[in-house]
Design a binder for this molecule. Structure first.
Ligand code: PEP
Length: 250
């Protein structure tokens, strides 16, 4: 079983070629000797190949922020799992709330992306999270269960090791303030129990990472919680010192 904690950097639609390249070079200098954490960087599509060449022979992995479910064909603007593997990605992010919101991604689309990606050999971080309204109405667990069940529908137990669940409460993303440790803890425990029901025969379960305004001040309180196997970092991952600080405190 992979016991390592995971720190996943989501740069979203930020950083140009020079900025992304110099950030990676600086991260590599600072984190050269870090061995105990799985680190994944997810630049925008146009820079994947360039960043991959910098990561060659390092322990840092490369992810896309999205993928399409078809193998090839008339799908203008989309990128397949094979193309991602071809440019050096070992990971893809699926179902981020910003894509659910702005690109109208449904759980059915997300499920097709998960099924294709894992069958092609990509590791997947599947993002789930409740909105502020759902939380206010006491529907957090219902919403998370629905996203998990529909997003992971028909995923064979043999792919479990390739999957990570990113729990990201939508109302704290980019807010500068993470959810409380009590909230994080209760949702992570809930996700863990749901996964146990969904994959009853596996020795393994997907790792569960928390995302939403993680920074170098709150990381230690978050990472020590049960069933928190790592973090997904947005804003703070685009600053070398802040990001490396988080990694070193994990
Ligand atoms: C994210 O959007 O995946 C994220 C974690 O963002 P932030 O850390 O900026 O809240």
């Amino acid at each position: 079983m992979n016991q390592k904690k995971l720190v996943f950097a989501n740069w979203k639609m930020n950083l140009n070629s020079d900025e992304a390249t110099s950030l990676v070079k600086n991260i590599l200098k600072k984190l050269e000797s870090i061995n105990k954490v799985d680190i994944v960087l997810s630049p925008s599509f146009p820079y994947l190949a360039a960043i991959n060449s910098l990561l060659y022979n390092t322990k840092i992995s490369l992810s896309s922020q999205n993928v399409f479910w078809e193998k090839d064909g008339p799908y203008t603007g989309e990128v397949s799992s094979d193309m991602l593997l071809d440019v050096g990605c070992s990971w893809t992010m699926i179902g981020h709330s910003e894509r659910r919101q702005h690109l109208l991604e449904t759980n059915e689309m997300i499920n097709k992306k998960v099924l294709t990606s894992v069958s092609k050999g990509l590791k997947v971080i599947l993002c789930v999270g409740e909105s502020f309204d759902q939380r206010r109405q006491g529907k957090t667990f219902e919403s998370i269960a629905d996203q998990l069940q529909r997003g992971l529908r028909k995923v064979d137990e043999s792919f479990v090791e390739q999957i990570v669940i990113g729990y990201e409460p939508i109302w704290v993303i980019g807010s500068g303030e993470a959810a409380s440790v009590n909230d994080i803890s209760s949702v992570h425990n809930f996700i863990f129990n749901e996964l146990k029901i969904m994959f009853p025969n596996g020795k393994l379960l997907p790792r569960i990472v928390y995302g939403g305004s993680v920074n170098s001040l709150n990381i230690e309180d978050i990472i020590t919680l049960d069933n928190v196997d790592g973090v997904l970092v947005g804003n703070a991952s685009m600053d070398c010192d802040k990001f490396c600080d988080i990694v070193m405190k994990v």
